[in-house]
Design a protein around this ligand. Sequence first.
Ligand SMILES: Cc1ncc(C[n+]2csc(CCOP(=O)(O)OP(=O)(O)O)c2C)c(N)n1
Ligand SMILES: [Mg+2]
Length: 359
Amino acid sequence: MKKEAFSGSVTYMQVMDENGVIDKELMPNYVDDNKILEMLRYMVLAREIDAKALSLQRQGRAVTYAPLLGEEATQVGAAMALRKDDYFVPNFRQHAVYLVRGLPMDLYFTYWRGYEEAQKIPENVKGLPVIVPVSTQMPHAAGIAYAQKYKKTGAAVIAFVGDGGTSEGDFYEAINFAGAWNIPLITIIENNAWAISEPTRKQTAATTLAQKGIAAGIKRIIQVDGNDVIAVYKAVREAIEASADGPAVIEALTYRMGMHTTADDPTKYRPDEELERWKPRDPILRVKKYLTAKNLWSEDIEAKFLEENMKKIDDAIEKAESFVPDPKSMFESVYSFMPAVLQEEMDEAVKENFWQGDS
Ligand SMILES: Cc1ncc(C[n+]2csc(CCOP(=O)(O)OP(=O)(O)O)c2C)c(N)n1
Ligand SMILES: [Mg+2]
């Protein structure tokens, strides 16, 4: 005897298309024009800060930086869906999530100057620090989500992972744990089409990355247009609302319009035509079209908005650049306590003032 033991499928959702036209049937009643305006403001500001960080790096005023250009909708849509007590777990590219969650901007620039001190994320931001080892954030996120269930806090956790990150063991372990323990973990696969120079089609033979969640027994699985801020917001908000019943996997199809990091040159491996094809699908463009048609946005409004914010950005950079690190912190932050052997090394380093070099 043979019978079907299992079947599964993945739905794709887009609410606002490239021309700013809304699918009325899918448009949630909790999104009005004010909400869309707020989404646009965050996306425009995130792009501005991103450009600033890139420019600082090019001037030697910041260390290696991973731009978010093109991925604003995935990050802003997801972050805006969070409730006050929900947590987020980023990797290294989710600058807009920190922005929406209210991380003081100077901490952001201080970190990108290379100072880990700025990674003490304020409690109310409810987020983890930047993490570079690919996918290692996923088991942490699963652990935090398990803790919410165990402590009955009602909070959910959203965790970001790249397309490349979904090839890692840590990713599978985390989603397997989430399925088996039915925890409030919402995994957002920020599929930006590339993992450095590796395109997604070479990364996996799977048709979608969302379907990986099916194998983990996760019921709430969806693929969304990651350049459609409303679709991302809706998918994440609904997953959060349902998180007491279990985990979700949301694949957001977006595109990394810039370089992987400032240490990368995509022109070496990425055809120009591909970038050109994605330009009309820019996540900011479609929202501007929609709001401009309603007289809620214009070039003047944008110029004024950016001017107002430029002062905040410049002040934050000034504060970040006046930060003087305490070299002792590199010893103090290794363990929760100070082992004797490390104490000895620190005392010696202080005595010899070794970080002053020969100057
Ligand atoms: C465990 C591990 N392997 C390799 C690297 C080097 N590395 C940094 S980012 C990256 C690609 C990540 O791609 P993806 O998950 O798609 O995220 P994206 O950079 O596109 O946002 C790699 C291989 C690393 N940081 N950690
Ligand atoms: Mg990627």
